[in-house]
Design a protein around this ligand. Sequence first.
Ligand SMILES: [Zn+2]
Length: 163
Amino acid sequence: MTTSRTNGKKGARAMDTVALERAARAAQARAYAPYSGFKVGAALLTGSGEIFTGANVENASYGLTVCAERTACIAAALAGHRDVRAICVVTDATPPASPCGMCRQTLLEFCPDPAAVRVIAVGPDGASAEWTVAELIPHGFTGKQLTPPVTAPTRSRGRGRER
Ligand SMILES: [Zn+2]
C-alpha cells in the first residue's frame, strides 16, 4: 500500500491516473446517495485503453445499494471488456477509502493479473492511496476453485477469447 503520495511517475501511467481521477470525479457527481450522503465515483481502465465509470446507487432498501466500483465493472463487462488494468475511486473520505470486500471480489473477477492491477483511492483534497487488487484481496476466490475449474474469459466482445 502506498498512501498519500503525489504521483510523480511519468508517461502513460501518470496520464492514465490523471484521466481516471478526472473521470471518477465526474462520476462521483452523478452518485445517487440520498441516505448515506457518501458519494463515490469510480473509473476503470481496460486493457484496450478505454475508461468506464460508475457511481454508487443507493436504495431505500439499503441492502440493494450498489457501489461505484461494481457499477463501473458492470458497465465495462456489458461493453465486452473483462480486463481491468486500473481503477480510481474518488470519495470525500480522509484518508481515502478503499473498496469494500464485495467490490474487491468483483474486481478480482475482471483482473487477468491481480498483482498488476492498480487501485487508486483519492480523497477530496487530492490525497491518494494505492494498492494492487492482489494486495486488497489476497488468496481471493476465483473460478479456478470451482469444480471443474472455470477460467473467466477476458475481453471477449463476442469473439470468445479465453485467457
Ligand atoms: Zn463496494
